[in-house]
Design a protein around this ligand. Structure first.
Ligand SMILES: C[S@@+](CC[C@H](N)C(=O)[O-])C[C@H]1O[C@@H](n2cnc3c(N)ncnc32)[C@H](O)[C@@H]1O
Length: 275
């Protein structure tokens, strides 16, 4: 019988370790979350107890286990065209502006989860392309700390449950094709070829990614401390081209932080631009 209890001292150490690794703040009394998310790893990593698993993950030698533990502690909730307004602003304002100005648009989905956000951006561009006065070349990059999520993004196959969340029948018919697995659908190559995915920890440097015209960094900053949030906002600002746009999650804001962004209301919703 595997021991799934966590000693109080181990839990505290683990909270500090997790925040240091990926920014996620657990807070007090979240032992139940750690138990439910890490228990599936006990057998895979041949650990005798959760305390054993946690302590091994914190040791420098066990890189694979460390990555799996951080991965398991992420919350990957997402859906297609989440909150609608960012995709409406993208289609109504940003695409026409950049088609006119530069003829190209680079978009970053900075906490891509299983890919719905990045693919929704590409789908919006394809839907709007014919309404633009000039053609536009749109490239999307999706990044996430979870290697499992990045693998799912690249596979681009979705189960019926995921397909039912935020996707109209019209979009499902236009942008998906049947996958090998019965009931599952795969994003078409026309959409997939506009999007790249790679692993990135938002606490690390983004300098190698280059600059973007639009950044979606949604529903991830809520997990971080004010210090890490400030650090990430600074880096996001440096990753945007002049006049670039930043979308945060509907419940996230930059108020109280020192940043070069100015808020623009889009009724509904808010978008930030470099001042
Ligand atoms: C709740 S999902 C949000 C997905 C999508 N942006 C949306 O709004 O629907 C949060 C994602 O942030 C990722 N994440 C958490 N900490 C991260 C970090 N330090 N660096 C990069 N991604 C991180 C998680 O793996 C997860 O996939």
């Amino acid at each position: 019988m595997l021991d799934k209890s966590i000693r109080a001292a181990d839990y505290e150490k683990f909270c500090r370790f997790l925040e240091h690794q990926c920014g996620i703040l657990l807070g007090e009394n979240k032992q139940y979350l750690v138990k439910s998310r890490l228990s599936p790893l006990l057998v895979t990593f041949n650990a005798t107890s959760l305390s054993d698993l946690i302590n091994r993950a914190m040791s420098v030698r066990e890189r694979e286990l460390r990555l799996a533990v951080v991965d398991a502690m992420t919350t990957n909730e997402t859906l297609w065209f989440r909150d609608s307004y960012p995709f409406n602003v993208l289609g109504d304002t940003i695409l026409p502006e950049f088609a006119q100005r530069t003829g190209s648009l680079k978009v970053w989905s900075a906490a891509a989860s299983s890919g719905q956000e990045a693919y929704s951006i590409a789908m919006t561009a394809l839907e709007r392309q014919n309404q633009l006065r000039r053609p536009i070349n749109v490239r999307v990059l999706g990044t996430d700390i979870s290697n499992q999520m990045i693998a799912q993004c690249k596979k681009a196959e979705y189960e019926p449950l995921a397909l039912a969340r935020g996707l109209s029948l019209e979009r499902k018919q236009r942008f998906f094709e049947p996958a090998e697995k019965p009931g599952a659908m795969r994003v078409t190559s026309k959409v997939r070829q506009m999007v790249d995915f790679r692993h990135l920890n938002l606490l690390d440097s983004y300098a190698l990614l280059g600059k973007f015209d639009v950044i979606f960094c949604r529903n991830v900053l809520i997990y971080f401390s004010p210090q890490n949030k400030q650090k990430i906002l600074n880096q996001l600002a440096q990753s945007l081209n002049p006049n670039g746009y930043l979308f945060l999650g509907a419940s996230e804001s930059i108020s109280g932080f020192d940043s070069p962004f100015k808020m623009q209301r889009c009724n509904p919703g808010i978008v930030y631009r470099l001042a």
